[in-house]
Design a protein around this ligand. Structure first.
Ligand code: CTP
Length: 402
């Protein structure tokens, strides 16, 4: 892991996970970064500035009113390659989402605007589950913040089954490294290095009225795993995702869409200069011909809704000739024949076949069992594996065509 010549601000807000921030500051410094630590007043109650000064070898800032540092909040917003907020308590997320600037850390986050920020939330599980925190994270994500964690595990108040625990310093470091676009670990000669890759994930949603939708149970996990795997091989990945429960992977550009038509527009705009498109999304194939602008009242008796086909993204796409295109085929029987005909009809280089009826495969599970079919007649049958491993194996096969 190398952060040589990187300038990182580590913003520490006041939660018990502060003790792990000391290790994070140390690891960043050891990896070559120049680390400026900014503590909130609450953080300084948990860990004294002196500790961070000793770990980073640099002065630690705790106040907007430091003599001689009148513009510290602007300099520290502008200059660094990355600002990491760890721990990011519920309070700091709320203040940042509101755009408050009532101490040094929030002032520098406000001045940071569209530059890289990575936050590692840490708080009691109920505080994390509170819709206020969810909304704040959503707001900050929409403004371009990246998040790592929180994870499920022991909290200061005891064991918990729900997320709240801050990610370990090594995990935060890995996310930071990915964000800074360092070459992939382990395989500097990766064929994916520098390639522009568009990955779609999740379902799409078609509204019947403002409160009812047609959709499917795709979790998005397969697509997110592919996007992360391609990114860690050094590809320049854009993830286009329908609505899912998953947190956007740190370090990736993520475009959120809702309907199939929105996904089509986003993909069309992105593929113009892409080297590969991996269509793992499950776009809704139909939408109501008429969208009611008010909630349809429940009627006695059956309801008939007329549906029309949504655009088929793969077949409607204008795409560069040399772009490698990977599609998915989720079938419920006679899969090989159907997948082959999809490869033909949708002009795919590869099709990834999985069976929705097979236990452990398809939607809503963390594993998958797929068969990879190539235009050149290649067929690779993979065993049941976690989706991230499936993603790696798919990329191993697809990279032959890059
Ligand atoms: N796909 C697409 N546009 C759609 C629907 C699907 O581009 N409107 C893509 C999927 O992302 C996948 C591939 O086409 O990569 C096959 O999707 P699948 O749902 O298996 O096939 P469909 O074309 O929808 O055909 P059918 O539902 O009849 O099996």
């Amino acid at each position: 892991m190398s952060f040589t010549d990187r300038h990182v601000v580590l913003g520490v807000s006041g939660g018990i996970a502060c003790y792990k921030s000391c290790t994070l500051a140390r690891r960043l410094t050891e990896a070559g970064a120049t680390v400026d630590v900014v503590l909130t007043a609450a953080a300084a109650e948990f860990v004294r500035p002196l500790t961070f000064e000793a770990l980073t070898g640099r002065p630690v800032l705790t106040s907007l009113w430091e003599p001689g540092r009148a513009l510290a909040h602007i300099d520290l917003a502008k200059d660094p390659d990355l600002v990491i907020v760890a721990p990011a308590t519920g309070n700091i997320l709320a203040r940042a989402a509101m755009g408050m600037a009532d101490d040094l850390l929030t002032a520098l986050l406000l001045a940071r605007a569209d530059r890289l920020v990575l936050a590692a939330p840490a708080m009691n599980d109920a505080m994390y589950a509170n819709p206020a925190t969810t909304a704040n994270i959503k707001t900050l994500t929409a403004r371009g913040w990246h998040f790592v964690g929180p994870e499920i595990g022991a909290l200061a108040e005891g064991p918990s089954e729900r997320p709240g625990r801050m990610s370990e310093p090594e995990t935060i470091l890995a996310a930071a490294e990915r964000l800074l676009g360092k070459p992939p670990q382990g395989n500097p000669k990766s064929k994916w290095s520098g390639k522009r890759v568009v990955v779609t994930a999740g379902p799409t949603r078609e509204h019947l009225d403002p409160v009812r939708v047609l959709t499917n149970p795709s979790s998005g996990r397969m697509g997110y795993a592919l996007a992360e795997a391609a990114s860690s091989r050094g590809a320049n990945v854009v993830l286009v995702t329908g609505p899912t429960e998953l947190a956007p992977p740190p370090g990736l550009a993520t475009k959120h869409v809702e309907t199939t038509e929105e996904m089509q527009r986003a993909v069309q705009a992105l593929v113009k200069d892409a080297d590969a498109l991996i269509m793992s999304a499950a776009p809704a194939d139909y939408r109501p011909t008429q969208l009611a602008d008010k909630k349809r009242p429940r009627a006695n008796g059956p309801l008939t809704v007329e549906l029309e086909a949504t655009p088929d993204i793969l077949t409607s796409l204008e795409r560069p000739k040399r772009m490698v295109v990977v599609g998915f085929a989720l079938e419920t029987g006679n899969g090989l024949a159907k997948a082959r005909s999809k490869m033909q009809n949708k002009a795919l280089d590869f099709v990834i076949l999985n069976d929705a009826l097979e236990p452990g495969a398809g939607f809503e599970v963390t594993t998958n069992r797929v068969t990879i079919l190539g235009r050149n007649g290649k067929q690779v049958d993979l065993p049941l594996l976690p989706k991230r491993d499936v993603a790696e194996r798919i990329l191993d096969v697809v990279e032959e065509a890059l």
